[in-house]
Design a protein around this ligand. Structure first.
Ligand code: NAG
Ligand code: NAG
Ligand code: NAG
Ligand code: NAG
Ligand code: NAG
Ligand code: NAG
Ligand code: NAG
Ligand code: NAG
Ligand code: NAG
Ligand code: NAG
Length: 427
């Protein structure tokens, strides 16, 4: 993967050269450059080769070039017009470990990767418009660690398609057309990241993650899921990041609470959640996103167990007001987003010394009291735009040496000059 950065370094260098606008230099450099490449044995035309990397990205290829260096370990063929990968296409490359075939028009067959099945570790097949995959495609690629199948049209996968990939840690199936999950993850005992965002999933069957005990990151966002089976995460106790944004949940599913004490990032924005239970037990949660739901009240002890919480987004719910001690135990909170939450008074946050960005845009706040930002020594951004503030008490913003930006546009106090109030506290 790291080699990709070399590509980024190389490609922009052309426009940089051009921008010198040295008319004579340009064609000369061009000639020198391609002449150099053409002269390297084992580096196909239009490709860029350096050590064990062969980069043929965006080179208009319609077949795998036969003539590249057998030492190649990383071969990037992304953004070409490749269609078939017949057996034999990679027969001389026993050391190929990273193969990028993203954004082609591939039609794979069972033995497409047979030649490199003993060496391949990482395979990028994203963006190819597959609707399915040959059932034996990965039968012998047992060393595979990283597999990207995102941005295709996969709708139904053979139950055993991944069953031999016992070393796989990363599997990306985002942005496909999967309607249901079968026991297709059986055998993936090392899997730690599973991306299933942007599919057509309505339900998730019980037990589907039972054979992936090492799962750390699970992304199920942008589907149509409304329930999760109660014991879904019984075997995935190491889950760190769970993303359920943009689904059809009306409550936080109970299954989440079996792993909640280990979660660091939980996100369930853009659903239809109306009520939440207190997260009463101790948790490692650092990032919580409940924005864009139908919440109107929060229990007063709702956040009290979340002592590690650093980022909280409650925007786009309609609370009116918060219980006064809501944030009292969240001393690590650094980013708090309360935009469009129907607040008419400011929440009590002044003890949160680590607060760095506080956004309260688009509410109905009238008054900025003098003590509001007391003790928030790390506050850098305070966004109070589009409220109904007519009064800023003297000294309200004087306590914050690090405060660099206060946004007060769209308040009656500034009806004539709609400017951003930029405050440098150390003046
Ligand atoms: C493949 O890698 C091995 C071990 O690094 C090396 O000995 C061998 O020469 C390489 N094969 C080719 C064709 O470069
Ligand atoms: C792959 O192999 C399976 C079982 O051997 C066979 O049913 C299927 O037709 C093959 N697929 C392709 C695309 O050749
Ligand atoms: C899952 O865990 C819960 C509580 O830890 C337990 O009550 C339940 O029996 C377990 N279910 C399964 C299917 O393992
Ligand atoms: C969302 O869930 C409700 C039931 O809670 C159901 O009636 C509705 O069809 C679901 N919407 C989608 C898009 O699946
Ligand atoms: C907070 O949530 C809102 C609504 O989902 C979203 O638009 C916004 O980008 C989020 N803010 C941050 C800083 O993540
Ligand atoms: C804050 O945490 C302490 C335990 O450390 C607990 O006793 C207290 O009730 C919590 N306060 C609130 C308002 O949740
Ligand atoms: C504030 O953040 C720093 C660095 O992340 C951390 O060491 C410190 O404990 C935090 N303060 C509080 C009160 O949690
Ligand atoms: C301002 O911010 C810096 C860096 O975040 C921090 O080290 C410093 O303590 C802050 N200033 C005060 C007065 O706390
Ligand atoms: C702003 O406050 C004034 C009086 O305090 C009130 O009449 C008006 O309705 C408020 N506007 C909004 C948008 O809340
Ligand atoms: C004020 O700041 C906001 C947020 O940073 C920005 O979107 C807006 O364009 C700024 N307005 C002016 C007049 O500078």
């Amino acid at each position: 993967m790291k080699e990709l950065t070399l590509v980024g370094w190389f490609v922009p260098s052309l426009p940089q050269i051009l921008s010198l606008q040295v008319a004579i230099m340009v064609p000369l450099l061009f000639l020198l450059f391609f002449g150099y490449i053409l002269s390297i044995p084992g580096c196909p035309q239009k490709c860029f080769c350096i050590r064990s990397l062969t980069d043929c990205q965006h080179a208009n290829l319609d077949e795998v070039p036969p003539d590249f260096d057998q030492k190649t370990e990383t071969l990037i063929l992304n953004e070409n017009c490749l269609r078939l990968i017949p057996r034999g296409a990679f027969q001389n490359f026993q050391n190929l470990t990273f193969l990028g075939l993203a954004h082609n028009k591939l039609l794979l067959q069972n033995d497409s990767f047979e030649d490199i099945s003993n060496s391949i570790l990482s395979l990028d097949l994203s963006g190819n418009s597959f609707t399915d995959l040959p059932s034996k495609l990965f039968k012998n690629t047992k060393k595979l660690v990283w597999l990207n199948l995102a941005d295709n049209r996969l709708d139904l996968l053979d139950i055993n398609i991944f069953s031999t990939l016992e070393k796989l840690t990363y599997l990306d199936l985002s942005n496909n057309r999967l309607q249901k999950l079968t026991s297709m993850f059986v055998g993936l005992s090392q899997l730690d990241t599973l991306m299933l965002a942007s599919n057509y999933l309505h339900t998730i069957p019980q037990g589907v993650f039972d054979s992936t005990p090492k799962l750390k990151i699970l992304d199920l966002s942008h589907n149509k899921i409304s329930h999760l089976p109660k014991c879904l995460f019984n075997s995935t106790m190491n889950l760190n990041d769970l993303l359920l944004d943009d689904n059809n949940f009306t409550v936080i599913p109970r299954a989440v609470f079996t792993v909640f004490h280990n979660l660091e990032h939980f996100s369930i924005s853009k659903n239809r959640i109306q009520n939440v239970l207190p997260f009463v037990f101790v948790s490692k949660l650092r990032k919580l996103d409940l924005s864009n739901n139908l919440l109107s009240v929060l229990p007063c002890d709702f956040l009290s167990g979340l002592k590690q919480l650093e980022v909280l987004n409650l925007s786009l719910n309609c609370f009116g007001n918060f219980p006064s001690n809501l944030f009292i135990n969240n001393t690590k909170l650094a980013f708090l987003h309360l935009d469009k939450t129907c607040l008419s008074t400011l929440p009590i946050v002044s003890r949160l010394r680590n607060m760095s960005e506080l956004t309260l845009c688009c509410n109905a706040i009238k008054n900025l009291p003098r003590k509001f930002t007391d003790n928030m020594v790390n506050l850098k951004l305070l966004d109070l735009s589009n409220n109904n503030i007519t009064k800023i008490e003297d000294g309200a913003l004087k306590m914050n040496p690090n405060l660099t930006k206060v946004v007060l546009t769209g308040n009656p106090v500034f009806t004539t000059e709609r400017i951003n109030y930029t405050f440098k506290g150390s003046d």
